[in-house]
Design a protein around this ligand. Structure first.
Ligand code: PMP
Length: 362
């Protein structure tokens, strides 16, 4: 029943397909639809990936010894606290498979990341969607929604697609309210973009105070490895032990392990990713301001902008000009489009296309 009620996750179309559809050259297309890193890969990661291809006839290291060692050093946690996944989506699914079940309730917020209902319904658990507050998580209401059947709560911080973030005090107050038998997943896919801002919260530092906390992160965003699919959970060793029993034995391949290990050394790349993002966000906000559009202030590498009643028309108008963004009507946000922060010239192309489109479709 749960599986039949699922609506499939809608990934953006590949650039080649869109180019064909709209009669454009692939390099005329600007893709700001999937919160990818616009810098292209770190050269250090690329080199490590190329070298690792030599090993493609062998199975990967199922325990990812080297990557776990590098990650544990980078995060200052024990390797036994880590669970790796084929992207953090895989980790989220393993968490649901381990700790939810038919009859269990799983809490998440309205306008939160689409994979939470997906993994919940797929295993036959009951999803409990709590209305958002100012586009963000209403953590008090989420804690109040806990019942005897609740097993899991997903909190995306920052959240996709709204870009909203909860500060450390709010997260701590929430964790204080949630009974310790309920697991809280703090999804920090975009946490690297928070660095330096007032709203910084590092879920990993909360792990020692809350044994029921699982923090998930990814190499897909600020680290620029989306195609290689590497994500991870940090938790208590006893939770990690359970997750590691259930995950597929070879869920992160050799090339991905090598690239992720290498990129952790490339802190210059990470800093550049953050800088490009800070600059691009300001550029997009200035453009929206000029067009008289409202947007939701974002802590991620994307921003949701209110383009009015005809968001689908605006989306299609942008597509015709070779600019791909993401409609978010499926997230209960029919007036918004989510745009990923690109390079300065990509942001500029998007803003010019948006100006033109609003004149005709707005
Ligand atoms: N969590 C959130 C909030 C996300 O936006 C995404 C990416 N769309 C993910 C998790 C999953 O990313 P990945 O599987 O690439 O690690």
């Amino acid at each position: 029943e749960g599986v039949q009620s699922l609506t499939p996750y809608q990934p953006g179309k590949p650039i080649e397909e869109l180019a064909r559809e709209y009669g454009l050259a692939p390099d005329e297309i600007v893709k700001l639809a999937s919160n990818e890193n616009p810098l292209g890969p770190s050269p250090v990661a690329l080199e490590a990936a190329r070298e690792a291809l030599e090993e493609m006839c062998r199975y990967p290291d199922g325990n990812a010894f080297t990557l776990k060692k590098a990650l544990s050093r980078y995060l200052a946690v024990a390797p036994t606290q880590l669970t790796l996944g084929n992207g953090s989506n895989d980790v989220l699914e393993v968490i649901a498979r381990c700790f939810a079940a038919p009859g269990a309730e799983v809490i998440y917020s309205q306008h939160a990341f689409a994979v939470y209902p997906l993994v919940t319904l797929a295993i036959g658990a009951q999803g409990v969607e709590v209305p958002a507050k100012n586009w963000g998580h209403d953590l008090d209401a989420m804690a109040d929604a806990v019942t005897d059947q609740t097993r899991l709560i997903f909190v995306a911080n920052p959240n996709n697609p709204t870009g909203t973030v909860e500060g450390e005090a709010a997260i701590r107050a929430f964790l204080d309210k949630v009974p310790s038998r309920v697991l809280v997943v703090l999804d920090e896919a975009y946490c690297e973009y928070l660095s330096g801002s007032d709203d910084e919260v590092d879920g990993i530092t909360l792990l020692q105070d809350y044994r029921n906390l699982i923090v998930t992160r990814t190499f897909s965003k600020a680290w620029g490895l989306a195609a290689l699919r590497v994500g991870y959970a940090v938790s208590s060793p006893s939770i990690a032990d359970i997750l590691n029993r259930v995950r597929q034995p070879f869920n992160v391949d050799t090339v991905a392990q090598a690239a992720a290990t290498a990129v952790l050394e490339d802190l210059e790349y990470l800093e550049r990713s953050r800088e490009v993002n800070r600059h691009g966000l300001r550029q997009l906000e200035a453009g929206f301001s000029e067009l008289g559009l409202e947007w939701i202030p974002s802590a991620g590498n994307f921003v949701a902008v209110d383009v009015g009643d005809n968001a689908q028309g605006v989306f299609e108008g942008l597509l015709e000009q070779g600019v791909i963004v993401r409609p978010v009507a499926g997230y209960g946000m029919p007036r918004h489009l989510r745009v990923t922060v690109g390079l300065p010239e990509e942001n500029e192309r998007f803003l010019r296309a948006l100006t033109r489109t609003l004149a005709t479709h707005g």
